[in-house]
Design a protein around this ligand. Structure first.
Ligand code: ZN
Length: 157
């Protein structure tokens, strides 16, 4: 078990494009194990490899229903829209309001390179979108809807 350092917003690496994973080897498995440990330690629900300084298309997600290791993930279907408050382990102490699809279907490879499909609604869909955005250098702050506070959301505005 190894906890890696989570890079924060000042680090320009967060704006870079992550490369496709081609080799499903021990190096990848160590990265996945470390990302899992790092995410749980930080009490996050998702983490992208770029957040630990590795520009590879790898994310881990756990919204409370089990760990997903997603390699080269792509959104293949999405529908609906849900407005909610979002944060990021790379932007500690901040949050903002973002519209995300209510439902997404993605495809991704597992740690052995096998393609699988995954679906998510609500928080899980939000998490898929947020983490996949990281792989293209996009932060949630790029999508924040100004002038909407957490209070407004609670009140259904
Ligand atoms: Zn994030």
């Amino acid at each position: 078990m190894a906890i890696r350092k989570v890079v924060t917003s000042e680090d320009p690496i967060l704006r870079k494009h992550s490369r496709k994973v081609e080799n499903f080897n021990e190096r990848l498995w160590t990265l996945l194990d470390d990302m899992k440990d790092t995410m749980y330690k930080a009490e996050g629900v998702g983490l992208a490899a770029v957040q630990v300084g590795i520009l590879r298309r790898v994310i881990v997600v756990d919204v409370g229903d089990g760990l997903l290791e997603l390699i080269n993930p792509e959104i293949i279907e999405s529908s609906g829209s849900l407005r909610d408050v979002e944060g990021c382990l790379s932007l500690p102490g901040e949050s903002g309001t973002v519209d995300r699809p209510e439902f997404v279907k993605i495809k991704a490879q597992n740690r052995d390179g096998v393609w699988r499909r995954y679906e998510g609604t609500g928080l899980k869909a939000r998490c898929f979108c947020h983490e996949i955005d990281h792989l293209d250098g996009i932060l949630y702050t790029d999508k924040v809807i100004k002038d909407v506070s957490a209070e407004d959301i609670k009140n259904g505005k």
